[in-house]
Design a protein around this ligand. Structure first.
Ligand SMILES: *[C@@H]1O[C@H](CO)[C@@H](O)[C@H](O)[C@H]1NC(C)=O
Ligand SMILES: *[C@@H]1O[C@H](CO)[C@@H](O)[C@H](O)[C@H]1NC(C)=O
Ligand SMILES: *[C@@H]1O[C@H](CO)[C@@H](O)[C@H](O)[C@H]1NC(C)=O
Ligand SMILES: *[C@@H]1O[C@H](CO)[C@@H](O)[C@H](O)[C@H]1NC(C)=O
Ligand SMILES: *[C@@H]1O[C@H](CO)[C@@H](O)[C@H](O)[C@H]1NC(C)=O
Ligand SMILES: *[C@@H]1O[C@H](CO)[C@@H](O)[C@H](O)[C@H]1NC(C)=O
Ligand SMILES: *[C@@H]1O[C@H](CO)[C@@H](O)[C@H](O)[C@H]1NC(C)=O
Ligand SMILES: *[C@@H]1O[C@H](CO)[C@@H](O)[C@H](O)[C@H]1NC(C)=O
Length: 558
């Protein structure tokens, strides 16, 4: 510490009394402190708080408010920033903040504020960034008086609150500088706000997901020549995508999952700057057009849970930046081998669960060395798993349910050597084969979930399972396994979900089963599982969706 002081002094050789003099002048000058009016506006905020996160310690009325915690001022001592995010503030937002005539940024995000958003803040003639996200604000946003002159607001984030009612259309007419509006995760109703990018030409980000907007996507988008992100997922939108949308070629992120949208994808192809396209959980039909290959920047393509069909175009291989390809729960068909995965080296997630693909599991998949999740379940493939799956050194989740696979011994030998795998679902295969015994099976060093259910396997509960010490979930139901339930089952310290129902086990239910650490502990086992009976459990889909691998995943909107 001493040497640090020393170096400071030698770097700034200001005589001590000189510094004191400077400070004295600085403090003495009346223009060097914030104005009483600014101070009283801030104190009004404090007065409205029932829990102020210790602000009172710093916000003392006899001190310069420019030095208060969370406050920044301009050189001429006007308050420019009020940044009070994540301070546990409770109470309401004072309309007096609207009197801070030089305020540029107001950040009250991540608090517990309630009541409404004062109109005075939306009408402020200085605020550029207003962020009240992650609070408990309620009520609606009022329309601004039509006489309101243009306002400078650029970023409005009211997301993750409890706002209701229709979104005021006058916002667009008044906020001519608006760049980003984030109103996600509220309960807004009525028509999705009709944008007028004619009056707000810099508008770039519209985030409205997780609300209750309904009706069609309104026209008027085509004039948004700067729009980069449109996100209206998890609403009640219906109808087709308007042609105007396809003129917004600046769009990089189009995210509309979980709505009732319908139609075909043809027009989308004009949006050549798309990085993210998420149209999952809608009612889209038709195929993926060959022109998809023109979306060269595409990284995320999510079309899951629609009614799409047809063969995948080989041009999909031209989308060489793809990281996520999610086509699950559709009616896509044809030979999967048409896609050349050699040209998709960045792919991390490939999910084609529940489609009608035929042919063999294309070998080129094994060249996607970054794959972390591969789900091919419930298709009509034939042929076997290749040893080359060992090339996928990052693969964590593998689901190959109901693919007519045979030779469970060989399959487990191949998969056992993967150190990255945490989840293996291979049920509904290997029908009437025999559960392999210890000798040949091992590895699975990081395996946490394993399903080999509905295989009609004969044999017993094999000892090699006892070595899978990281196992948390084991599904072996609906086989024809016999013999006793071995005592070693209790040595699986982390196991909290076990389904061995509908087998032919004999003997008593071992007391060891009652000793299993995770089943005994209330604290460690996730709540959802603690209520479930250990046996007689058939519906896998009652547990979280990622684990779910039956067709009933198709049930939606509930
Ligand atoms: C400050 O704002 C409040 C509420 O918006 C208003 O009633 C009051 O007149 C304003 N005070 C001054 C000094 O401007
Ligand atoms: C609020 O939204 C804006 C614009 O979308 C974003 O820049 C900002 O990070 C968000 N604030 C929080 C706390 O997430
Ligand atoms: C919108 O705000 C939420 C916080 O509620 C944030 O997570 C999200 O990233 C924001 N969206 C955009 C596009 O900035
Ligand atoms: C958008 O701009 C075009 C001209 O480029 C104009 O004809 C049209 O009326 C504008 N649309 C809206 C909704 O203002
Ligand atoms: C895909 O790439 C191939 C060759 O790289 C090219 O011949 C073909 O026209 C491309 N297709 C599309 C739709 O971009
Ligand atoms: C498994 O696949 C076969 C053939 O593709 C199909 O007939 C059967 O219904 C599937 N089983 C389940 C449970 O979906
Ligand atoms: C299954 O694979 C093993 C090699 O792991 C082989 O020895 C055995 O013959 C195969 N069984 C059948 C029925 O093909
Ligand atoms: C019980 O398991 C057999 C296969 O061993 C299967 O055919 C049958 O459908 C299963 N019963 C139930 C109720 O799941």
């Amino acid at each position: 510490m001493k040497s640090l002081d020393h170096s400071h002094r030698s770097q700034f050789p200001i005589p001590f009394f000189g510094l004191a003099l400077v400070l004295l002048v600085f403090l003495a000058s009346p223009t060097r402190s914030c104005t009483e009016q600014e101070k009283s506006s801030l104190l009004q905020l404090l007065a409205g708080l029932s829990h102020d996160g210790d602000l009172t310690a710093s916000w003392r009325s006899n001190t310069d408010c420019c030095r208060w915690e969370g406050i920044n001022c301009s050189p001429n001592r006007m308050v420019t920033d009020v940044v009070l995010a994540s301070r546990g503030l409770e109470g309401s937002i004072s309309p007096f903040l609207g009197n801070l005539t030089s305020l540029l940024r107001l950040d009250l995000s991540h608090n517990l504020l309630s009541g409404g958003l004062p109109l005075e803040l939306l009408q402020s003639s200085s605020i550029l960034v207003l962020d009240v996200s992650f609070n408990r604000l309620t009520g609606g946003l009022s329309e601004l008086p039509s006489s309101t002159p243009a306002r400078p607001l650029q970023v409005l984030n009211i997301s993750s609150n409890l706002f209701t009612g229709r979104f005021p259309s006058t916002i667009w007419e008044v906020m001519k500088s608006l760049v980003a509006l984030n109103a996600s995760t509220n309960s807004f109703t009525g028509q999705m706000p009709t944008m007028s990018c004619v009056s707000a030409p810099s508008f770039a980000v519209l985030e409205l997901s997780f609300n209750k907007f309904s009706g069609n996507i309104p026209p008027g988008l085509s004039n948004c020549s700067m729009l980069k992100l449109l996100s209206v997922g998890n609403n009640h939108l219906s109808g087709t995508l308007p042609d105007e949308l396809f003129k917004v070629t600046t769009l990089e992120h189009l995210s509309l999952p979980f709505n009732w949208l319908e139609g075909e994808l043809k027009g989308i192809i004009k949006l050549t700057n798309l990085v993210t396209l998420d149209l999952g959980k809608n009612e889209f039909r038709g195929n993926i057009p060959e022109t998809i290959g023109e979306l060269k920047k595409l990284e995320e393509l999510l079309l899951d849970h629609n009614s799409m069909s047809g063969e995948l175009p080989s041009a999909l291989s031209n989308c060489t930046n793809l990281v996520t390809l999610d086509l699950k729960v559709n009616h896509f068909n044809g030979e999967f081998t048409k896609i050349n995965f050699l040209s998709l080296p960045n792919l991390k997630i490939l999910d084609i669960f529940s489609n009608d693909f035929t042919g063999t599991i294309t070998e080129s998949i094994y060249s996607c060395s970054k794959l972390t999740a591969l789900r091919l379940s419930f298709n009509h493939f034939h042929g076997q798993l290749s040893e080359k799956i060992g090339n996928l050194k990052s693969l964590s989740f593998l689901s190959l349910v109901n693919l007519s696979l045979t030779n469970i011994t060989r399959t487990l030998q191949i998969l056992g050597s993967s150190r990255s795998l945490t989840t293996i679902f291979i049920g509904f295969n290997f029908i009437h084969e025999t559960m392999p015994e210890d000798d040949n099976i091992g590895g699975f060093e990081n395996l946490q979930a394993l399903s080999m259910n509905y295989c009609s396997l004969s044999g017993t509960l094999p000892g090699w399972l006892s070595k899978l010490t990281r196992l948390k979930m084991l599904f072996l139901q609906s086989n024809q396994l016999t013999g006793p339930i071995p005592d070693w089952i209790s040595s699986l310290n982390l196991l909290f979900y076990l389904d061995i129902s509908n087998n032919s086990f004999t003997g008593e239910i071992p007391t060891a089963l009652m000793e299993m650490p995770m089943l005994k502990s209330d604290k460690t086992a996730p709540k959802i599982f603690s209520e479930l009976p250990l046996y007689f459990f058939h519906s896998i889909c009652r547990i979280p969706q990622t684990w779910c691998f039956s067709k009933s995943a198709q049930s939606r909107h509930q």
